[in-house]
Design a binder for this molecule. Structure first.
Ligand SMILES: CC(C)(COP(=O)(O)OP(=O)(O)OC[C@H]1O[C@@H](n2cnc3c(N)ncnc32)[C@H](O)[C@@H]1OP(=O)(O)O)[C@@H](O)C(=O)NCCC(=O)NCCS
Length: 210
């Protein structure tokens, strides 16, 4: 199947419902009052080592980040969801760098990002959350392509990406410097056409105990 053409009118995040449900999770836009739930994770110096940000040393940094997220939503350039499970925020997932146009081109794409509380890893929760965000991205927001990347030693993230049907498009050797070493990045993409092909057969419904 080929991807549909871009929508004539560029879709606006503000016109869509960002309240998303999955069998085990609620995804809703992060807000300033999430600061206390997020703090134990975002302030752990070891936690963000697979990601692009540094651990927060003060709650004001977390609040600043939450304000920047509101701005991205208003600018139509990003959406950040709190992942809620059992009434508590246990992670975050986002569509970042949403871009519709580049000069004469329509590009209609975004970058997927996510993290989950370590005590809940390995239960299929991020695959479940990301699947719902991809349904939103392609079917509701009308994006054409989602990109994602992870360090080559991030086996859990790599598995999430592969389970969702992303295609490996390249390996960027010694791509970024962090914690005293160069890290190699694996880059992936998923087009609307590929999504519609893989979505019927993907094994995300494999039961995981919670
Ligand atoms: C990456 C992350 C979001 C995964 O969340 P999760 O809910 O544990 O993911 P899932 O359970 O949906 O899938 C993880 C998969 O990795 C597999 N896995 C776990 N440990 C593994 C290991 N050491 N080697 C290979 N695969 C492994 C799991 O078995 C599972 O695959 P399966 O469903 O086929 O069994 C979570 O580990 C995390 O937050 N990590 C830190 C932040 C991060 O790395 N973010 C992404 C940056 S690119």
């Amino acid at each position: 199947m080929s991807s549909p053409p871009p929508r004539t009118k560029i879709p606006a995040l503000s016109e869509l419902s960002l309240e998303l449900e999955t069998p085990r999770l609620t995804l809703r836009p992060v807000r300033a009052t999430d600061v206390d739930d997020l703090w134990p994770y975002v302030s752990d110096p070891a936690f963000p080592k697979q990601m692009s940000w540094a651990a927060h040393t003060q709650k004001s940094e977390t609040l600043e980040y939450l304000q920047s997220v509101e701005k991205s939503l208003a600018d139509n350039t990003g959406a950040d969801w709190a992942i809620v499970h059992g009434g508590k925020v246990i992670g975050k997932i986002s569509l970042d760098s949403i871009r519709w146009e580049f000069r004469a081109w329509r590009i209609d794409r975004a970058e997927l990002g996510y993290w989950l509380a370590p005590e809940l890893w390995g239960k299929g929760l991020m695959t479940e959350a990301a699947h719902r965000v991809l349904v939103f991205a392609f079917d509701e927001l009308g994006l054409h392509k989602i990109t994602v990347g992870c360090f080559d030693d991030n086996k859990r993230s790599r598995r999430v990406i592969e389970k969702l049907g992303f295609r490996h498009v390249g390996t960027l050797e010694d791509d970024v410097w962090r914690d005293g070493a160069w890290h190699t990045h694996l880059r992936y993409e998923l087009t609307a056409a590929r999504w519609s092909d893989v979505t019927t057969t993907m094994p995300i419904s494999r039961p995981h105990p919670t």
